[in-house]
Structures are given as structure tokens and as C-alpha cells.
Ligand binder design. Structure first.
Ligand code: HEM
Length: 598
């Protein structure tokens, strides 16, 4: 929607405040790609808890207060529950009935939300078929074997659980990660080129590689969903299909009233993708928080030892693990996985407190700021799980057998569009984080120079800076930072390029500060590099801490042995299978289907 000119504002109402911006592009040049949510929160200090930005001619309103978000997005849900158009997707996200989170408030959305309610309730009642407990054992052994690939192990844990929930087995978990990663790039404002330069999408494919990339992504996804549905169908016929969302769909097909042949395949697949995308982020944040706030891990160990003793945590332990729930709750508050929120779209002119909000405005509940309201969260920048379990804090709530909980918190959105997967996230995080803490000590490496977030670390040694980037781009890792999919054959980024995109906000560093050359540089050329080690996150819609180095060691040999034994028992029962390639060994590089270069 074009920005409404002042003359169109109804009498008696004012326009919302906001940054002035520049002609044509509006405020786009003022928004950094890295940690844009920090900039949007800073503008809130200047313009108040609800303000307007013009981004390349479109009207975007940012909401920084939970009360205002509720007043508008929830109470006035009848007009605030649509979704904006995402230009980089070739099928119109609002009407294609492919991706429930991106659909307009139409019939497709209503029937898929009903379907989502059924599959979520059913799997929740069955304690998610114990899939999180099963996969936690494999994750622990992977972490014991190679702690430096922790990022991969955590993402694989989530992807395998979600894959089992969606289709009954974990074999497609690498493919699911890749599907999730490509879709995330497709929908993120900082991802696919078509979202940055929408006019490209009206040009022919041969002129615009980004468009060809999207066509290939969509075709691969469709084929993947179709294969997965077909396999569960034949397993069902042979009466060997484990419990899954797909099985529920196939056994009750006529009840859901889906309108096109693969709608069920998409409805299930979309939930698989939504799960694979999001839940590893708070687990990675947990590792980050334990490194920088070491006082809390011993408290968590004490609780887990008291409640679980020498066995791994299980779903039934939930009421007895308030401190674990407090840690999880605080991870979501301190580093919200969707820091800019998922936008809603306003379908009618509206007003709020004398301000005019025009129809066609994209509304952003800015979770980053909402989760830092100092009235509710004293000392908001500090990771402090005690705020959930000690009565002197405003967020304390009883009974502690139920609270703290992540169910219905603001990080899952507002009103009619609220997240459908909260209970899955809740279960995965309880079992996933609980199991890691049960087995491991988590610490910064000896000599780690990074300091807590109140004071951004000042690093001058290029060697140190370079080491901080290790671990990028593992196979099928969702944390890869290679963006702009579909552009000209990119040169693989140099370490220098990666650093430039990593640290461009809030610190500054010239490339010369990190360049490694044959001959040592004179000292005066080493410039200061500022890094806040707890804010080094990916730039896509779902923000995850970039891989970092830390020490992950078993608390004692008995526990390590126990983890290996219970995993081995599962292997012998046939609980675990490896991941399958779908498009051949080269991932479909030379065929029309396969992994887009991302
Ligand atoms: C930590 C994990 C997660 C976070 C932080 C998260 C966050 C969100 C947010 C912010 C929204 C938008 C709400 C709004 O528009 O107001 C959303 C929507 C949604 N989420 Fe999640 N989510 C998570 C996990 C999941 C999982 C595991 C699933 C499914 C298995 C899922 C499925 C969905 C769906 C289907 C929607 C769209 C609802 C609609 O548009 O009507 N989410 N989520």
C-alpha cells in the first residue's frame, strides 16, 4: 500500500510519528540487515510504542508494547488478521493455500487451521509419541562424539522429531532442513532478492536468476511433499505406518474438506517446515546464555539431579522442573526466535488513540522490544531466569507446577493468527534442553575474550576474530548466512566477506582489521573490532545465534556411559535410521529438482 498522504487523513486524526526517510526508498537505507530489530527498537525510544515507517513506498507500523499489540491485533482481529504479500514467491502466498502462516484470512486458512488444531491436539495428547525422548538420546551421543558440531546436532534433533511427527520417521530430516531453509530465504525480507527488489519478479526467468531459483525451490518442495504423502499412503496399506500428522490426514481425509489434490500434503509439510525452522533457535540460545551467565547452570543441574537422578528427563517431569521451564522461558524472552514478529496486514482504515492507520498497512509486533519492557522485565538486557521463579519479580506466577510456561506468550504472536505449534515447541525444548543440561557442563573456552552483553567486547586480534567464525555452513545447517539466493553465480564468500556481513552492526570494523595476509601487517593497521558475542545472530526472519566455540563436556563418565547405553538399546530395537538423499548424491545439481544453491 502506498503511503497515505496527509490530505487523506480523516479530520481530527493525526498521522503516526516515525522516521522521515528518503524519497522513493523511504527508511530502507537506515535499516541494517544485521539485527534490524535493534534499530526498530531504538526508533521506538524516539517515536513511542507505536510508530510508522515508509519502506520503499509501503506503510509499515511497528508495535513495541504488548498492550497495544493486544488492543489492535487481538481485540480488533476482524480487521488485523490478514497477511501481506510476499513478492519473491511465485504462487501468491495469500491465496495459494500452500503455507498456512502466510495465507490471507480466507477459506483455505480456516480449513487448514482447523486441520492444524486436530493434528496438534492428537499428538499432544499422545505426548508427541515420545519422539522427542527418542531423538534426545541420538542428539546426546552426537554431542558427545563431536561437540564442535553442536549446531548441527541441535538442528538435527529438531528436524528429526518434526519429521517423525509429520510422516512417522526421521529419514527425511536432512531434506526437511533444506526445504525449511530455502522457504525461509524465500519469505525473509533480507533473503530472496525478489523481496528486496519486487519489480524483478515481473521480468522473465532467463533475465532474473532469483526467479528461476524460486521456481526450482517450489517444484522441489512440491515433489518432496508428494513423495512423503505417497510413502505414508503405501505404509498405511501395509499397516506399518507409525503415528504421524500425515497418517491422521489420510485416515480422516474427507473430514477436512481440502480443495486441491496436494492440499493435505502441503498442510502437513508446512507444519514440518515450521517446526524444523524455529525450535533449534532457543536451544542454541540456551548454550549461548549458559556461557555468558554461568551462575545458572549449577542451579539447573541441582534441579535435574533431584528430579531425574540417573535417568534422562521425560515429559512427565514437567511439573517438577520449574527452573528448567524458567530457563526456557527466559531464552525465548532474551533472544526471541522471531524478533521482528510475523507481520499482520490491516484490511480497513482504523484509528488508535487519535492516530490514523490506513488500510493496507503491514503491522509488526516487534517481539524484541515487547520482551524488553522494563516495567515487566527489570534489567531487560540481562538473561535472568530467576524473574520467573522468585516472588519479588513482576513476572512471577504460581503454581510453579504450571508456571513459568511458554504456552501463549507473546513470542508466539497475537489473536487469530497465533502460532499453532506452541505445544510442540514446549515439549521439544523441555526434553531437548533438559537432556543437554542433564549430561553436560557448558562453559566458555579458556581464554575466551568475549564479555557479557552490557559491554560489547572489544577484540583487536584478527586471529581471535577469525576463530569466532568457525563452524559456518555445515551441511544443511539452517544457520548458513549465504543469502541472495539465485543471484549471479556468487563467488564463495571469503572469510572477510562473512565477517563484514556478520559484524556490521552494532560494531564497526574495516576489512583490513581481519584480513590474513602472508606478511604480517604493521601494528597500526589493526583496527578495533567491536562484537557483542551474545548478539551475533542470523539475519533471516527467524534469528539464530551463529555458531560459536564453547566447551561442552560430560558432567561425569557415568552419565556419558548411560547416554550411550540408552541410545545403543534404541539402535538395537531399530529406533534409528540415517538420513536419505532425495535427489541423488549431488542433491540434484544437474537436474530440475534438488537443492537450490543457498
Ligand atoms: C520456538 C518455536 C516457535 C516460535 C517462536 C513460533 C512463532 C510463531 C509466530 C510469531 C507466529 C505468527 C503469529 C502471528 O501472526 O501473530 C507463528 C505462526 C505459526 N506457527 Fe509458529 N512458532 C514456533 C514453532 C512452531 C511449530 C513447532 C509449528 C508447527 C509444528 C508452528 C506452526 C505455526 C503455524 C502453522 C503458524 C501460522 C498460524 C496462522 O497464520 O494462522 N510454529 N509462529
Amino acid at each position: 500500500k502506498r503511503l497515505t498522504s496527509k490530505s487523506k487523513i480523516p479530520k481530527g486524526l493525526k498521522p503516526l510519528p516515525g522516521p522521515k526517510g528518503y524519497p522513493v526508498v523511504g527508511s530502507v537505507p537506515d535499516v541494517p540487515e544485521k539485527n534490524s530489530f535493534v534499530k526498530f527498537a531504538e526508533w521506538g525510544k524516539e517515536f513511542g510504542p507505536i510508530y510508522n515507517t515508509n519502506l520503499a513506498g509501503s506503510n509499515h507500523v511497528w508495535i513495541l508494547s504488548d498492550d497495544i499489540a493486544r488492543d489492535l491485533l487481538a481485540k480488533k482481529g476482524a480487521i488485523y488478521s490478514d497477511r501481506p504479500h510476499i513478492p519473491a514467491l511465485i504462487s501468491d502466498n495469500r491465496t495459494s493455500a500452500q503455507y498456512l502462516p502466510l495465507l490471507s484470512k480466507n477459506d483455505g486458512w480456516t480449513r487448514q487451521r482447523k486441520f492444524a488444531n486436530v493434528i496438534m491436539r492428537e499428538s499432544e495428547n499422545a505426548l508427541f509419541h515420545r519422539y522427542p525422548e527418542t531423538e534426545a538420546k541420538r542428539m546426546l551421543v552426537e554431542l558427545l562424539d563431536d561437540p564442535s558440531r553442536y549446531n548441527h546436532a541441535l538442528e538435527s534433533f529438531i528436524s528429526r522429531v518434526t519429521c517423525r511427527l509429520a510422516w512417522g520417521h526421521s529419514e527425511a530430516s536432512d531434506e526437511l532442513k533444506q526445504r525449511a531453509r530455502e522457504l525461509l530465504i524465500g519469505v525473509s525480507p533480507t533473503g530472496a532478492l525478489g523481496n528486496k527488489l519486487p519489480f524483478l519478479m515481473s521480468l522473465p526467468d532467463w533475465l532474473v536468476p532469483a526467479k528461476a531459483w524460486e521456481r526450482r525451490r517450489a517444484a522441489t518442495e512440491r515433489k518432496f511433499f508428494e513423495i512423503m504423502q505417497g510413502e505414508v499412503e503405501s505404509d498405511l496399506k501395509e499397516k506399518k505406518a507409525p503415528k504421524s500428522w500425515m497418517r491422521t490426514f489420510l485416515e480422516n481425509r474427507s473430514k477436512f474438506g481440502f480443495q486441491y489434490e496436494l492440499e493435505g500434503a502441503y498442510a502437513v509439510g508446512m507444519h514440518g517446515i515450521a517446526g524444523a525452522l524455529t525450535i533449534a533457535a532457543p536451544m542454541q540460545t540456551f548454550c549461548l546464555a549458559m556461557c555468558h551467565y554461568p551462575q545458572y547452570l549449577p542451579m539447573l543441574h541441582e534441579e535435574l539431579d533431584r528430579v531425574c537422578g540417573d535417568r534422562l528427563p521425560r515429559a512427565e517431569d514437567r511439573p517438577n522442573l520449574p527452573f528448567l521451564r524458567a530457563i526456557i522461558r527466559e531464552c525465548l524472552r532474551w533472544r526471541p526466535p522471531v524478533p521482528t514478529g510475523i507481520p499482520h496486514y490491516l484490511t480497513q482504515d482504523d484509528e488508535y488513540n487519535g492516530y490514523f492507520i490506513p488500510k493496507g498497512t503491514t503491522m509488526h509486533p516487534l517481539e524484541w522490544a515487547i520482551a524488553r519492557d522494563p516495567q515487566l522485565f527489570p534489567d531487560p538486557e540481562a538473561f535472568n531466569p530467576l524473574r520467573w521463579v522468585q516472588p519479588e519479580y513482576p513476572t512471577y506466577k504460581e503454581p510453579l507446577t504450571q508456571y513459568p510456561t511458554i504456552i501463549n506468550i507473546t513470542q508466539f504472536g497475537y489473536g487469530r493468527r497465533v502460532c499453532q505449534g506452541m505445544t510442540v515447541a514446549d515439549e521439544d525444548l523441555l526434553i531437548g534442553i533438559g537432556s543437554i543440561a542433564w549430561l553436560f557442563n557448558i562453559d566458555r573456552l579458556p581464554g575466551d575474550v568475549s564479555t557479557p552483553p552490557t559491554e560489547p567486547a572489544v577484540v583487536t586480534d584478527p586471529e581471535v576474530v577469525e576463530n569466532l567464525t568457525l563452524g559456518l555452513n555445515e551441511k544443511a545447517s539452517l544457520s548458513s548466512e549465504e543469502l541472495n539466493a539465485g543471484m549471479e553465480e556468487p563467488k564463495s564468500p571469503t572469510k572477510e566477506d562473512i565477517l563484514i556481513s556478520k559484524y556490521s552492526y552494532p560494531g564497526t570494523y574495516p576489512a583490513s582489521a581481519v584480513k590474513k595476509t602472508e606478511t604480517p601487517k604493521p601494528v597500526e593497521e589493526k583496527k578495533v573490532v567491536k562484537i557483542d558475542p551474545t548478539l551475533d545472530f542470523t539475519t533471516l526472519l527467524i534469528a539464530k545465534p551463529l555458531p560459536f566455540q564453547f566447551s561442552l563436556t560430560p558432567r561425569n563418565t557415568e552419565r556419558a556411559q548411560k547416554a550411550r547405553t540408552v541410545f545403543q538399546e534404541g539402535v538395537e530395537r531399530g529406533d534409528y535410521k540415517g538420513s536419505r538423499e532425495f535427489w541423488g548424491a549431488d542433491q540434484g545439481k544437474n537436474s530440475p529438482l534438488g537443492w537450490g544453491k543457498v
